[in-house]
Design a protein around this ligand. Structure first.
Ligand code: WAQ
Ligand code: MG
Length: 266
């Protein structure tokens, strides 16, 4: 176990004041310059166009990161947005989130305003985040080198080894470790990325292909939460450093029925 200091490195890029991309991780000192280079290049080459402003934050962590497992990963063969929405509704309502809340989340993600962070919704669909325009950003998460290699190998077998999926899985795994979070809906804001996902602690991370039409330049995230201190949840999401150190199974295409039946209990 290393006692060397660890660093949160975060990148955000913008073009004409609008958000373009972001990336982050938790690293050791000797990795910093390579990561800064990687993040900078990523900001300069993006589907939404090259950024004209790139901000990189490098911060030594005061707290030792909490080590957790990833959520297991599955893919549903949803053929269009309607099928993806139906699957999302069935899975999310099975953990106690109301249909109204799921509907509300889809509607809010479809108005065309891209928030920097996620919406927090109670199971009735009432928004609880203090800043409704910005949302809540999850930060200070990463993956150990060993787990990253394991994840790359598992996703590689499925032809899914890309940074979009890996980063989303890391984020969701941090979020769902917190008991107050019951579920999540995510649609990328990247116009060419049409696969979204939903996640719950019991079902895992479930990819939903074709959840949006190609070319749509907005998306978003909603976390469905149950009773508890919203302040403490926000503090966990934003501040507590979490590192994925163990990778749960990553499976290929499964059916909705299989997902609803064999919940991956953790
Ligand atoms: N914390 C909270 N919300 C965030 C964060 C964050 N760190 N980063 C992005 N968001 C919100 C924000 O509203 C974005 O507009 C929205 O989520 C989508 O972000 O397995 O790429 O970075 O193939 O565009 C899903 C991968 C990819 C599915 C999701 O999200 C798969 C993705 P994006
Ligand atoms: Mg994006």
């Amino acid at each position: 176990m290393s006692r060397r200091p660890q660093y949160s490195i975060r990148m955000r890029s913008a073009k004409s004041g609008g958000h373009v991309s972001g990336a982050e991780g938790i690293y050791e000192k000797h990795d910093i310059s390579a990561i800064v280079k990687e993040y900078t290049e990523r900001a300069l080459i993006h589907d939404k166009g090259a950024a004209d402003e790139i901000r990189i934050t490098i911060e030594e962590l005061r707290e030792k990161p909490k080590k957790i497992s990833s959520l297991p990963l599955y893919t549903l063969n949803t053929k269009n947005a309607g099928a993806a929405k139906k699957a999302a509704r069935e899975i999310l309502t099975s953990v106690g989130i109301t249909e109204r809340a799921v509907e509300e989340a889809f509607t809010s993600l479809d108005v065309g305003i891209t928030m920097r962070g996620a919406m927090l919704m109670n199971i009735e669909g009432v928004r609880l985040e203090p800043d409704l325009l910005r949302g809540v950003r999850v930060t200070r998460m990463g993956i150990t080198k060993k787990a990253a290699a394991d994840l790359a190998r598992k996703l590689g077998r499925l032809g899914l080894n890309n940074s979009t999926i890996k980063e989303a899985l890391i984020l969701a795994s941090k979020v769902h470790k917190y008991r107050m979070v019951l579920g999540e809906l995510c649609i990328s804001d990247d116009p060419n990325y049409t696969t979204g996902y939903i996640a719950t602690r019991t079902h895992g991370y479930i990819r939903l292909p074709r959840i949006k039409k190609r070319g749509v330049p907005f998306g978003g995230r909603a976390f469905f939460i149950t009773g508890g201190e919203v302040k403490d949840l926000i503090k966990y999401l934003q501040i507590t450093p979490v590192v994925i150190s163990n990778i749960k199974p990553c499976e290929g295409v499964v059916t909705l029925k299989e997902i609803l039946q064999r919940r991956a209990h953790r």
